[in-house]
Design a protein around this ligand. Structure first.
Ligand code: TMP
Length: 212
């Protein structure tokens, strides 16, 4: 399937600030008169948000790696079918806070399920939809865990199952993101997540302006 609209994803370690950046980009694009759909993974449409609750609930410690990857793709399939594909078909801009690249780095490499497994599920769930542009908001594993844990203390909630993984897991994720950016430099653009929110926004816009 060809995208008539533009599909832009934000990726990065937890606590990288990608969610704030995506919100700012959406506001800017709407201010320019563009129609923008914002979604998040896992999640998006109500059914996918129910799957999100299973995936991120810290109580679900027994969730096996295979169940986990299938649920991430189940959420994604619903997001693609219900929101993303129709919006792209209408020529709109879709912004997603994470997409298949997250499954590649967290399940494929973090969990060790392998890139082939992720590619096989992508072929079923995504119906050929790939991001036109991916912004990787870059912070290291140590900063990521520190920020995520500080946030969980400041705003207690139960969506911490992934933050509870070891530092080694998060380091594998970090390495995998960088390997991906090196492999697909035309699509995946690294944005420095260690500067301030406004500086990151300027860097994001300097990249996105060429794509919309
Ligand atoms: P977030 O909404 O705070 O980014 O949290 C989502 C968590 O789920 C985050 O730790 C990354 C993880 N995740 C995966 O492991 N695989 C995936 O495919 C996606 C979309 C997210």
């Amino acid at each position: 399937m060809t995208n008539r609209g533009r599909f832009i994803t934000f990726e990065g370690m937890d606590g990288s600030g990608k969610t704030t950046q995506m919100r700012r980009l959406a506001e800017r694009l709407r201010g320019m008169g563009r129609t923008v759909i914002e979604t998040v993974e896992p999640g998006g449409p109500p059914i996918a948000m129910k799957i999100r609750r299973i995936l991120l609930d810290a109580a679900n410690q027994e969730l096996s790696p295979v169940t986990e990857v299938l649920l991430y793709f189940a959420s994604r399939a619903q997001n693609v079918d219900e929101w993303i594909a129709p919006a792209l078909g209408r020529g709109e801009i879709v912004l997603s806070d994470r997409f298949t690249d997250s499954s590649l780095v967290y399940q494929g490499f973090g969990r060790g399920l392998g890139a082939e497994t992720v590619a096989a599920l992508e072929a079923i769930a995504c119906r050929g939809i790939k991001p036109d542009l991916t912004l990787l908001v870059d912070i290291d594993a140590e900063a990521s865990l520190a920020r995520a844990r500080a946030r969980n203390v400041a705003e207690p909630h139960c969506e911490t199952r992934m933050d509870d993984q070891s530092i080694e897991f998060h380091r594998r994720v970090y390495e995998a993101y960088h390997a991906l950016a090196a492999r697909e430099p035309d699509r995946v653009k690294i944005v420095n997540g260690r500067t301030g929110i406004d500086a990151i926004e300027r860097e994001v816009w300097s990249i996105v302006a060429h794509y919309v």
